[in-house]
Design a protein. Structure first.
Lengths: 607, 395
C-alpha cells in the first residue's frame, strides 16, 4: 500500500482555516456578510435595473412597448422635459431640502435651548419638563401633523372646515401656517427636538465646567463664555444632530402627505410614491436612487463630524462641578412657559384625537354632537359612515392590529437576535476586515429613506423570480428586519464592548460550550441592553407607515397603513380613533421597556 | 448528465403544462359558468369552498363589502368565505398585476375595478384576468357593458355649499374664471384615474365641439387661441388653476364642502353625500337639480368585474358577479341602489322612489361618460394629454 504523503505547504492553511472556523465569531461574521449582501446590496441592483425597464400599467400603455423592455424614457422625461422635470423632480427636491434644513435648525434651536436650561440653569420642575419634553419623539411624527391640522384648520383656508383653535378661540391662522412648508418644518422640527435635547444635553451635562470657570475668572462676560467656550465645545454635536434631523426631515413621508397635499407641496418622498402610484414606476425608482445617494452623502458628512467630536472631547480633561446659571426673576416665567409648551405638544394631541374620534359633524365640539359610533357602533348605526362597524367592533381593524403586533414581534425576535450576534462577533473580531464589513453592511439600510427602501423591495418583489413574495407577510417582515437592523447592531456592539473578553475566556478554559457561554454569562451581564435591543424594533414597527405603504397587499392590511388610508379617504373619525390606539400601544410598550430595563429616553439629563 | 437534463426538461414541460392547464381551466370554467343557473353555480361554489378555496376580492368601492355580506346571507353555505379588501384606485393595477399568479396566500380571486382602459391593457390583454358575463342577462344588459362586464356606474357631480344661496353656475366656463379660484374642489386627477379619464374625455372631438359652443354661449364670440390646442385644453388649464386640493378624497370633499365655507363647489362622487352629517346635508345643492349646465354638470364612470386567472374558485366568482348584476344583489338592503349615484347596467333595475336621484338614462348628455374605446385608442397621444394635466396639477 502506497503511503500518503502529506502536502506540507498546505498544512498551515488547513490549520489556519480550522482555527478560523473554530471561533463562533468568525462563522457568525461570514454568515452575516452573505445574508446582508443579499438583503441590502442585491435589492439595490434590482432597483437600478428597474430604472431602465418598461413596467406594466401606465408605462406600457404610454410607450406601447412590452413590459420588461429596455427604455431610457424615464430619464428623458425626468431630466430632459423641463416642465415635467420641474414639477416632478426639481421643485420636490427643493422642498425636501427646505424642510430638511428648516426642521434641522428648529429642532436644534428648541432642543438645544431646553437642554441648556435643564443642564446649565437652576430652572424649576426640571424633572417634569425633561420627562414630558421627550414625549413627541416617542409618538409617530404623523400624529403631530394630524394634530396640527385638527388644531389650526379654519374657515378662511383650505375648504373652510373649522378646527379646534377657531372653534374655541375664534382665531383663524393664515394658509401658510396651516398647510405647506412652514407646518412641515415646525412638526418635523418639534418631533426631532427631543433628539437634539438628548444629544446636546448629554454634551452640556458632561462638559468640563472648569473651562467656563476659567473664563469667568478671566472676567469674560456670560455672553462671551457662551460664544467662545460653550458653543465651540458643543458645535460638533450640534452639527451632527443637525445632519441627523436633516436626513430624517429629508426622508420624511407621512408629514408632507398630511400637511402638503392641500397646497400641492410635494417633497421627493411624496413625489416618489405619487409617481409609482400613477404608474410611472421607473421615474419613482430614479428618485429613490437619488434619495439614497443624498442620504449616504449626508450620513457620510455626519460620520466626519462625529469623528471630529471624538478628538474634541479628549481635550476637555477632568470634569468639574457644573455651576448652574441663576435665572433669578425669570425662573418661574421660563419654567411656566416650558411646562405649557411641553404639555401642549405632549398631552394635547391625545385630547385632540380623542375628541376628533367622537364628533359626528366636523368642527362642532358641543356634547350633543358627540357619539361613540366610530368606536363601538354596530352595523345599524355605523354603516352610513362607510364602515360596517365602529373600529372596536370591526374585524378588519382587529386583523390589522393582530398583523401589526405579529409583525412587530417577529421582526423584534429576528432583529434583536441578529443585533446581539453581530455585536458579539464584531466586538470579538474587532479591527478585522470581516468585522468592519459586517458592521458597515448592517448600518447601510440606515442611509436609505424608508420610502426608498420600501421601493427597492417593491422592485424585488415585482420581479419575475420573486413574485411569490409580493404582498406577503414575509416580505413586510423581511424589509422591516433589514431596515431596523442598524439600531440593533449598533446597540449590540455597544453592549458587547462593555464585556471584557477575559470573562468568556475563563469559561472557555473550563470547557464551557459557546451556547452556554452566551446564555449563562454574556446575556445575564447585559440583560437590560439586550432586552432593549429586542423591544425597540417593536416600537419601530408599530409606528411605521412609509416602509410598508407600497408593500402591503391592500391598504387595510396593517393598522398603520389602515390609518393612513382612513385619513386619505376621509374616514377622519376612524383615523383619529386608530391614531389614539397606536399612541397608547406605543406608550405602553415604551413603559414596559423602561420597567424591564430601567432605561428611559431622558435618563442622565433630566435634572 | 444527459439523464439529468432530460429529467429537468420533463419537469419543466410538466410544470408548464400544469400551469397552462390551470389557466385554461379557469377560462373554461367561466365559459361553462356563463351558461349555468345560480343553483348550479352555488353547488359548484360549495365544492370549491369544500376543497379549501375562499373568494378574496378587491374593490375600489366600499359598498361591495355590504354586497358581499348580503351575498353570504343569500348563500349561507358560503358564509365567512367571501373576503373583501378595499384597494386604492391609483395602485389597483400595480397590486393586481403583481399579485395575480404570485401564489401568495389570500391573493385576490376577482376584483371590482375602475378605469376600463387600464383593465384592458394590464389584465385582460395579458390574460392575467378573464371577463365573465352570464348568458341569462344578455337581453337586459346592453352589449357595450358585457365585455368587460360593468357591475355599476358611478357619477361625480358638481355640488355646492348653498348657505348663502345659489352660486348661479349655468356654464362650465364660469368655473375657469377668476372668482372661482380656490373655490372649486376636485380630487387630484393624477391620483384618481377616473378623474383623469374625465379630463381626457373632454379632449375628444365630440366634447371639444361642445366646449367651443359653450364658450361662445358664455362670451359671445367663437373660441380662438394661439396657446392651446383646443377649447378643452384651455378649459382644463383654467380649471386646474382654480382647483383647491385641500381634500384628498371624495368623502373629504363632501364633508368638507358641507361644513365649510358658503359658495364652495366640488366635483365629487354623488354617493358620498351619505358620509355628510345629517345637520350639514341641507347645505348642499346638486347643481344639475337646480338648472342645466352648458355643457356638463359632472361625469360618469364604470366599475368592472374581472376574474383573476389564478383563482381556485371561478364558479364562486361567477355566482358573485351574477349576484351583483341581479336585482336582489344590486338593490338589496343597504347595497348600491339604496344610495344616490349608483346605477345598474341591468336595465330592469331602476332607482328607488324617495331618493334625490334620477335613473341612469337621465344623465345621458348631461355628464361626460367615460369611453373605454376612445381613451384606449389614444395610443401615444395619451402621454401628451397626461403630461399636460400632470404639470398643471403639480405646480
Amino acid at each position: 500500500m502506497k503511503a500518503i504523503q502529506p502536502d506540507l505547504r498546505r498544512e498551515p492553511m488547513r490549520y489556519r482555516l480550522r482555527a478560523f472556523f473554530a471561533k463562533p465569531a468568525n462563522l457568525i461574521l461570514l454568515l452575516f456578510i452573505a445574508v446582508l449582501a443579499v438583503l441590502s446590496l442585491a435589492p439595490m441592483v434590482t432597483m437600478l435595473t428597474n430604472m431602465f425597464k418598461v413596467h406594466a400599467g401606465t408605462e406600457k400603455k404610454m410607450l406601447r412597448l412590452k413590459a420588461g423592455s429596455f427604455t431610457l424614457n424615464h430619464f428623458e422625461m425626468l431630466f430632459k422635459d423641463r416642465e415635467w422635470g420641474k414639477a416632478n423632480f426639481w421643485t420636490p427636491l427643493l422642498n425636501s431640502l427646505i424642510v430638511a434644513c428648516g426642521s434641522g435648525l428648529l429642532g436644534i434651536l428648541i432642543g438645544g435651548t431646553v437642554a441648556w436650561f435643564v443642564t446649565r440653569s437652576d430652572l424649576k420642575c426640571k424633572k417634569f419638563i425633561s420627562a414630558v419634553f421627550v414625549f413627541p419623539y416617542m409618538m409617530p411624527a404623523w400624529t403631530l401633523a394630524l394634530f396640527w391640522t385638527n388644531m389650526f384648520q379654519n374657515s378662511k383656508v383650505g375648504g373652510g372646515v373649522v378646527g379646534m383653535v377657531e372653534s374655541l378661540l375664534g382665531v383663524c391662522m393664515p394658509q401658510w401656517f396651516v398647510y405647506g412648508l412652514f407646518p412641515m418644518i415646525v412638526v418635523i422640527g418639534l418631533h426631532y427636538s427631543p433628539f437634539a435635547y438628548l444629544l446636546i444635553g448629554g454634551i452640556l451635562k458632561n462638559m468640563d465646567a472648569t473651562l467656563e470657570e476659567s473664563a469667568t475668572i478671566l472676567k469674560a462676560s456670560r455672553f462671551t463664555i457662551i460664544r467662545r467656550v460653550t458653543v465651540p465645545i458643543i458645535m460638533p454635536a450640534v452639527l451632527s444632530t443637525f445632519l441627523l434631523i436633516f436626513s430624517s426631515g429629508f426622508a420624511s413621508y407621512t408629514v408632507p402627505v398630511f400637511l402638503g397635499s392641500a397646497t400641492r407641496t410635494f417633497t421627493l418622498s411624496t413625489k416618489m410614491r405619487a409617481l409609482i402610484q400613477a404608474g410611472y414606476e421607473g421615474q419613482g425608482y430614479i428618485i429613490a436612487f437619488i434619495s439614497i445617494l443624498l442620504g449616504t452623502l449626508i450620513l457620510g458628512v455626519n460620520q466626519y463630524f462625529t469623528g471630529k467630536r471624538k478628538s474634541f472631547t479628549t481635550v476637555t480633561g477632568k470634569s468639574g462641578q457644573v455651576s448652574l446659571v441663576k435665572l433669578k426673576g425669570a425662573n418661574w416665567p421660563v419654567s411656566a412657559l416650558l411646562i405649557v409648551l411641553t404639555l401642549f405638544f405632549a398631552i394635547m394631541p391625545l385630547i385632540s384625537f380623542a375628541l376628533e374620534s367622537v364628533i359626528r359633524q366636523p368642527g362642532n365640539y358641543s356634547p350633543s354632537n358627540m357619539t361613540l359610533t366610530f368606536w363601538i357602533g354596530t352595523e345599524a348605526s355605523a354603516f352610513e359612515t362607510g364602515m360596517p362597524n365602529g373600529i372596536l367592533m370591526n374585524g378588519t381593524m382587529w386583523s390589522g392590529l393582530a398583523r401589526q403586533v405579529g409583525l412587530a414581534l417577529a421582526v423584534a425576535l429576528v432583529v434583536g437576535t441578529c443585533g446581539m450576534l453581530i455585536g458579539y462577533a464584531c466586538v470579538r473580531r474587532r479591527g478585522s476586515f470581516l468585522s468592519k464589513a459586517v458592521e458597515n453592511l448592517a448600518f447601510f439600510p440606515y442611509l436609505m429613506p424608508a420610502m426608498a427602501f420600501g421601493t427597492i423591495y417593491l422592485a424585488v418583489a415585482t420581479s419575475a423570480s420573486f413574485k411569490w413574495m409580493y404582498g406577503s407577510f414575509f416580505l413586510l417582515g423581511l424589509v422591516a428586519a433589514v431596515k431596523f437592523l442598524p439600531f440593533a447592531s449598533r446597540s449590540g456592539v455597544n453592549s458587547m464592548m462593555q464585556i471584557s473578553p477575559e470573562i468568556e475566556e475563563a469559561a472557555t478554559i473550563f470547557g464551557v460550550g459557546w451556547v452556554t457561554r452566551m446564555a449563562r454569562i454574556l446575556f445575564p451581564i447585559q440583560k437590560s441592553a439586550i432586552i432593549s435591543g429586542y423591544l425597540l424594533p417593536v416600537i419601530n414597527v408599530m409606528r411605521e407607515v412609509a416602509l410598508f405603504t407600497l408593500l402591503v397587499p391592500y391598504p387595510r392590511y396593517l393598522l398603520t397603513t389602515m390609518l393612513f388610508s382612513f385619513n386619505e379617504t376621509g374616514y377622519a373619525q376612524y383615523g383619529s380613533a386608530v391614531t389614539l390606539l397606536i399612541i397608547v400601544i406605543i406608550i405602553a410598550i415604551n413603559s414596559l421597556v423602561n420597567k424591564l430595563t430601567g432605561a428611559s429616553f431622558d435618563k442622565g439629563i433630566g435634572g | 448528465m444527459k439523464r439529468l437534463l432530460a429529467v429537468a426538461l420533463v419537469l419543466v414541460l410538466v410544470f408548464s403544462a400544469v400551469l397552462t392547464a390551470h389557466a385554461e381551466s379557469v377560462q373554461d370554467a367561466l365559459e361553462k359558468a356563463a351558461k349555468m343557473t345560480n343553483e348550479e353555480l352555488y353547488a359548484k361554489a360549495k365544492e370549491e369552498f369544500a376543497a379549501g378555496a375562499q373568494l378574496n376580492f378587491y374593490s375600489t368601492t366600499s359598498f361591495a363589502e355590504k354586497a358581499a355580506a348580503n351575498f353570504m346571507k343569500a348563500y349561507p353555505d358560503l358564509d365567512g368565505k367571501v373576503i373583501y379588501a378595499e384597494i386604492d384606485d391609483g395602485e389597483t393595477y400595480t397590486k393586481l398585476t403583481n399579485q395575480i399568479g404570485s401564489g401568495v396566500k389570500d391573493s385576490p380571486d376577482m376584483a371590482l375595478v375602475q378605469n376600463g382602459p387600464d383593465l384592458k391593457v394590464n389584465l385582460l390583454e395579458d390574460e392575467l384576468s378573464y371577463n365573465y358575463f352570464p348568458e341569462a342577462l344578455k337581453d337586459v344588459v346592453p352589449e357595450a357593458y358585457q365585455e368587460p362586464t360593468v357591475v355599476t356606474f358611478i357619477n361625480s357631480l358638481m355640488i355646492y355649499n348653498n348657505k348663502e344661496g345659489s352660486v348661479g353656475v349655468n356654464n362650465v366656463w364660469q368655473l375657469v374664471e377668476e372668482d372661482w379660484k380656490g373655490r372649486v374642489f376636485f380630487k387630484d386627477p393624477t391620483n384618481e384615474t377616473v378623474n383623469l379619464n374625465f379630463l381626457i374625455m373632454l379632449t375628444s372631438p365630440e366634447w371639444t365641439e361642445k366646449m367651443e359652443k359653450a364658450y361662445e354661449a358664455r362670451y359671445g364670440k367663437a373660441w380662438a387661441s394661439d396657446e392651446f390646442e383646443s377649447a378643452s385644453y384651455e378649459w382644463i388649464d383654467g380649471f386646474l388653476k382654480n382647483v383647491n386640493y385641500t381634500f384628498t378624497s371624495a368623502s373629504k370633499i363632501a364633508t368638507g364642502i358641507a361644513s365649510g365655507a358658503a359658495g364652495n363647489m366640488g366635483i365629487f362622487v354623488f354617493s358620498k353625500l351619505r358620509k355628510v352629517a345629517e345637520e350639514d346635508r341641507a347645505n348642499l345643492t346638486v347643481l344639475q337639480f337646480e338648472n342645466d349646465v352648458d355643457c356638463f354638470s359632472g361625469f360618469m364612470y364604470n366599475v368592472y368585474a374581472t376574474v383573476c386567472s389564478d383563482t381556485d374558485c371561478p364558479y364562486a366568482c361567477a355566482l358573485f358577479i351574477n349576484w351583483l348584476l341581479s336585482e336582489e344583489g344590486f338593490a338589496g338592503e343597504k347595497s348600491w341602489n339604496s344610495s344616490q349615484g349608483y346605477y345598474s347596467p341591468n336595465t330592469t333595475i331602476g332607482k328607488p322612489e324617495g331618493l334625490e336621484d334620477q335613473a341612469y338614462v337621465y344623465w345621458d348628455g348631461k355628464l361626460v361618460f367615460e369611453d373605454l374605446e376612445y381613451i384606449d385608442g389614444l395610443g401615444a397621444a395619451y402621454t401628451d394629454v397626461y403630461r399636460f394635466i400632470n404639470v398643471r396639477v403639480s405646480k
